[in-house]
Design a binder for this molecule. Structure first.
Ligand SMILES: *Cc1c(COP(=O)(O)O)cnc(C)c1O
Length: 469
């Protein structure tokens, strides 16, 4: 029994019962499938009203399938990162080690001592988890973990200097991205920003002059995502700590990327390490868990017990509290460092990969893809350069290797078909080449990448697939 709409279009329920409608329903449930069918019909209702012809049911089904695919892409899903950017903020920053992921799964699927003290059988505090390990790794007197570093900065400023002035160099009034601007965060935390020095040069004397009765803290913010070159000057952590302490003030440093190991070993510039800044005298250090630490999204607050306790007691602590899966994954990550298993942390394994290994993998992939190319296209192993990303080591790049594809006239198309594929692959379009950087693809994912590439090439024009994915 076929109901036909006013303008000759099938009713929504009819489309919903079609094969395409049932596929959508199997993936997303009745309500979403119905909505997709309704939207397809509604679009045509308007087009028909404007004088266009009535589409066939097959055409409507094709559109429902397209809408289903589009919806699938808009939902949260995994992607293969072939950009070479190890800490790609838009692709989820640091991937977890298998152990960290397993720990998060156990925390998620069962119960834990999240806020329960197994020694006494009484209530415990989630704000104590991670403390022991972080103390050992960094020399901090105390430590707590919150939702992310932005939350850490907000909590620290609120707990330490609310209602008072916080000194910050004009060269460090930074925007981290996603509208996280240090001056705005300060305002939110109830502090008053006291700008010190100039954009390019700030000296100790500038801070000294700015300290007054109303000063609550001295803040230093790492220039995570940009570099200043030329006529520049800033004040080292140690000297700022000394100055602050001389006036009975806490010195806070927002490091952004919380790194525990020396980045010079990668041939990159030095990135300040948490332990180093604490040793220099910082009373509180804030850092991200998912930048160069290589763990889950988290914010670390480390430093003097007095100030960390003030953070724990602050009402905002509840609002920015960390969840159990994160704590489990972070603990497993920290244990990798403590047990000397640095390469178990995926980002370090990726960053340390020898160029020769990457090149060998690229050559193997290039050889295998050669037979699947349309006549006008070419593929070869090639070298490139990739940034570390994630608001760390700005302007610095690592030599890398990957698969270079040239498909005249349809490079963007190929990039799109790869993005839209299963698995979704994100590469880099550089000039007239599509570069699939293997640094951020695990060797065991090479075949997965190749399969996705075959399908994307196969769906291109001149192939047996359709022109449009
Ligand atoms: C990345 C960064 C932040 C924000 O950290 P999230 O973990 O992304 O919230 C804050 N400050 C600095 C200096 C950063 O580099």
């Amino acid at each position: 029994m076929e109901r036909v709409g006013r303008r000759g279009l099938p009713a929504v329920d009819r489309l919903l019962r079609s094969e395409a409608g049932r596929e959508a329903e199997a993936r997303f449930g009745h309500a979403v499938a119905r909505r997709l069918c309704r939207e397809v019909i509604e679009t045509h209702r308007q087009a028909v009203g404007a004088g266009e012809g009535i589409p066939s049911v097959a055409e409507l089904e094709r559109e429902v399938r397209e809408a289903t695919d589009r919806t699938g892409r808009s939902l949260f899903r995994s992607v293969l990162n072939a950009t070479g950017v190890v800490l790609h903020t838009n692709l989820g920053r640091a991937p977890l080690s298998d152990e960290a992921a397993a720990a998060a799964t156990r925390a998620a699927t069962g119960y834990s001592n999240l806020e329960f003290d197994l020694e006494t059988g009484r209530r415990g505090s989630r704000h104590r988890h991670g403390e022991l390990l972080l103390q050992e790794l960094t020399g901090a007197e105390a430590a707590m973990v919150v939702n992310n570093n932005a939350a850490a900065v907000l909590l620290v400023l609120s707990a330490v200097a609310s209602g008072r002035e916080v000194l910050l160099s004009r060269g460090e009034m930074v925007e981290i991205g996603g509208s996280f601007r240090i001056p705005d965060v300060m305002e939110q935390s109830g502090c008053r920003l006291r700008e010190v020095g100039t954009t390019n040069r700030t000296r100790l004397a500038d801070y000294e002059r700015a300290i007054g009765l109303d000063t609550g803290a001295v803040l230093k913010v790492h220039q995570s995502n940009f570099r200043q070159i030329g006529f520049t000057e800033s004040v080292e952590s140690g000297r700022l700590a000394e100055l602050a302490h001389g006036h009975g003030l806490p010195f806070i440093e927002d490091l952004g990327s919380g790194v525990l190991v020396e980045t010079r070993e990668l041939g990159l510039e030095h990135e300040p390490m948490i332990q180093e800044v604490l040793r220099a005298g910082a009373d509180l250090v804030t850092a991200s868990g998912d930048k160069l630490l290589g763990g889950p999204q988290a914010g670390l607050i480390l430093g003097r017990r007095r100030w960390v306790d003030a953070c724990r007691r602050h009402p905002l602590a509840r609002a920015v509290r960390v969840d159990k899966m994160t704590l489990a994954a972070l603990q497993a990550t920290l244990l990798h460092y403590l047990r000397g298993e640095g390469d178990a942390v995926p980002i370090w394994r990726m960053l340390r990969q020898p160029l020769s290994d990457l090149r060998a993998r690229a050559e193997r992939l290039a050889a295998r893809v050669a037979g699947a190319l349309p006549p006008s296209a070419s593929a070869r192993a090639a070298e490139g350069r990739s940034p570390v990303g994630g608001g760390s080591l700005p302007g610095q790049e690592l030599a890398t290797a990957g698969l270079e594809l040239r498909v005249p006239g349809e490079l963007e198309d190929l990039a799109r078909r790869l993005r839209w594929g299963e698995p979704s692959v994100v590469g880099r379009v550089e000039g007239d080449r599509l570069f699939l950087d293997l640094r951020t693809v695990r060797p065991e994912e090479d075949d997965l990448l190749l399969g996705a590439l075959f399908r994307a090439l196969d769906a291109g024009p001149g192939r047996h697939g359709e022109g449009q994915a």
